[in-house]
Design a protein around this ligand. Structure first.
Ligand SMILES: Cc1ncc(COP(=O)(O)O)c(C=O)c1O
Length: 420
């Protein structure tokens, strides 16, 4: 229970997810949110509605087509309001975050000049690293700089970023939250520092967005990306780009679509029924809001969805705390990232290695008690190397989210002790 909101009714929350009612799949603990979340029934219903009833090209002048267009418009409007997107930026839903960032980098390519610099942190998932590294390597005269984590803690510091930024810095790519060490970076402060030298900022919010709703007006990034399939919706990447940057990027779509800013970086066209899932997501949050607050939500969408997510995050931090305490204090375990679950500072994405026990053996023990978790490098290859971990061996990652429970955490703890 927090001072500002009631405690999450996790039983009610889980009842929204068909998987938890299923005889074969319902008793698994899914500790794999950073890989992808389960979907609530509201999202599945929105998909089914769009996919089976209005699966036609949108925006043509006949009933079903106009209806599909309306669903898309509503979904984009909800996403825009939920994220508090500034007026001078726009939302795209593309194939994935990897795809969206790749398109952004390709759009930037012809604008780069010899002497320009690109900075990439090595805390990244490869989605927000590879495209920029490639660009810097392939455009003559462009310099790549790596904003390196502290090899002991996996942490990024503003001090080391300051030493890299110059007036030649064109882009800074960094993560809002690492999908391995779980630390939430102060994105607004990092963006502000980069803007002092006129650099554009590309923020990967994929590992942040399942836990708290990003406030894009407050962060002020030039591009912000996350993946809807980790935040209870469909397998798509959400990207928000400022218009004044987008206008100067090379169109990656068909030549006759170049004038439509929202099509410039989305050449294949979006999957319409998956976009409509955002309407189901809105319904999911609304149903939860009504259950917890006894009335329909009022006021800005960012505020009331944000309130629900703060409630979720409070629950996640509480249930993850015993796990963190054990992992931190157990001498044979090397816990990565911050060792406390502090609200707003860390995602419950908890990675570790065990001396003498391969990561896969730990996940096998977890599977014995029906905890679904994974082992690997999670495409954060550069971070693994920086931390002195063999990427092929990887780490165990327990990625909790709002629908996980105390009982699942207790089962996971028992399995980890058995693996030791
Ligand atoms: C932190 C982070 N960034 C980016 C991605 C890539 O997202 P997508 O699968 O939508 O390309 C992932 C996927 O796991 C991720 O965890």
């Amino acid at each position: 229970m927090s001072a500002n909101h009631p405690a999450l009714d996790v039983h009610f929350l889980r009842n929204q997810f068909p998987v938890f009612q299923h005889p074969d799949y319902g008793d698994w603990g899914y500790f794999e949110n950073a890989g992808g979340s389960q979907a609530p029934r509201q999202v599945a219903e929105a998909f089914q509605d769009a996919f089976t009833l209005t699966k036609v090209q949108p925006y043509y002048p006949y009933g079903p087509s106009l209806d599909m267009g309306e669903k898309i418009d509503r979904a984009i409007a909800f996403t825009t309001e939920m994220l508090n997107v500034p007026k001078d930026a726009r939302v795209f839903l593309g194939a994935s975050t990897t795809n969206n960032i790749y398109m952004l980098a390709e759009g930037l390519r012809p604008t780069l000049r010899a002497g320009d610099e690109i900075i990439v942190s090595n805390q990244e998932h490869e989605a927000n690293a590879g495209a920029w590294v490639r660009l810097a390597n392939e455009v003559d005269g462009v310099t790549l700089k790596i904003w390196e984590v502290d090899p002991g803690t996996g942490r990024l510091s503003l001090g080391s970023l300051s030493a890299l930024l110059t007036e030649r810095t064109k882009v800074l790519a960094f993560t809002h939250c690492s999908n391995v060490v779980g630390e939430m970076n102060d994105a607004a402060a990092i963006v502000a520092l980069a803007h002092k030298v006129g650099a554009r900022t590309v923020v990967d919010g994929v590992a942040y967005a399942p836990h708290l709703v990003p406030d894009l007006a407050a962060i002020g990034a030039d591009a912000y990306c996350y993946s809807a399939y980790k935040t209870f919706a469909a397998h798509q990447g959400v990207m928000v780009v400022r218009d004044d940057w987008l206008e100067g990027l090379e169109n990656q779509g068909h030549f006759f679509n170049g004038a439509y800013l929202e099509k410039r970086l989305n050449p294949g066209g979006p999957q319409h029924a998956e976009i409509a899932c955002m309407n189901g997501l809105r319904q999911f949050y609304e149903d939860l809001y009504i259950h917890h607050f006894g009335e329909a939500p009022k006021g800005p969408t960012h505020n009331w969805v944000g309130a629900m997510q703060r409630m979720f995050h409070t629950h996640e931090c509480r249930i993850a705390a015993p796990l963190m305490d054990f992992l931190r204090d157990e001498p044979r375990i090397n816990l990565l990232g911050p060792s406390d679950m502090t609200f707003g500072k860390r995602a419950p994405t908890i990675s570790f290695t065990v001396t003498g026990v391969p990561a896969r053996d730990v996940t096998a023990k977890l599977a014995d008690v029906k905890i679904g978790a994974s082992a690997g490098h999670y495409y954060a290859w550069r971070l693994m190397e920086a931390l002195g971990i063999q990427p092929e061996e990887g780490v165990v990652r327990l990625s909790l989210v709002s629908y996980n429970t105390d009982d699942e955490v207790a089962r996971a703890l028992g399995a980890i002790k058995a693996a030791l």
